[in-house]
Design a protein around this ligand. Sequence first.
Ligand SMILES: CC(C)(COP(=O)(O)OP(=O)(O)OC[C@H]1O[C@@H](n2cnc3c(N)ncnc32)[C@H](O)[C@@H]1OP(=O)(O)O)[C@@H](O)C(=O)NCCC(=O)NCCS
Length: 174
Amino acid sequence: MNDYLLSDGRELEIRLAEESDMGEAAETFRQVASERVYLDTEEVPHETAGIWGERWKENGKDSLFAIGAVGGRIIGGLVLTPYSRSPKSSHVRTLGMWILKEFRGLNAGNSLIDYAMEWGRARSISKIHLGVFSSNTGAIGLYIKKGFQVEGSLKNNALINGTLVDEIFMGLEL
Ligand SMILES: CC(C)(COP(=O)(O)OP(=O)(O)OC[C@H]1O[C@@H](n2cnc3c(N)ncnc32)[C@H](O)[C@@H]1OP(=O)(O)O)[C@@H](O)C(=O)NCCC(=O)NCCS
């Protein structure tokens, strides 16, 4: 058990996702995706857990799939994946993350990013990059708090509940 705490005092375990976690982790991703406002993904196919199990056999080597768990229940996850296959960007990872609705605003996202920053620094990764919808003020608030800076945007790049929003690109130098 590591030392992370939710702001309500409960212990938050953060660790590498294992093959046996993939069913539950995919279900948390499915629930957040089904809200349809925060993630590009809206539908998570049934086969996802099996696909993730194969894809993440070497979790922690070049890429990171960290999960957060409270009382043994997975509440969300964070992935860092290579930006490209090119050696030119071997120092860059792209971040994605999600927390179940009932666990938001309790410091879990903040703790997952701390864990990811530590993992990245230990591997000479010097930049984390992400894209976020301009309507996602909660996520943007978290990224700014962690030191991310806005690097650019694609205007009117997503239609969310009938409104066009920008995709904002943010970067963090580690
Ligand atoms: C974005 C998300 C991962 C943040 O995780 P979280 O556990 O809710 O965030 P935390 O409780 O750790 O918040 C940490 C900081 O983020 C900022 N923040 C969080 N929610 C916020 C909100 N609704 N508005 C403004 N800032 C917010 C605050 O600075 C907060 O620090 P504080 O508590 O000291 O004020 C989570 O809300 C989530 O899963 N949302 C849906 C999926 C999603 O948006 N994924 C990211 C796609 S780019």
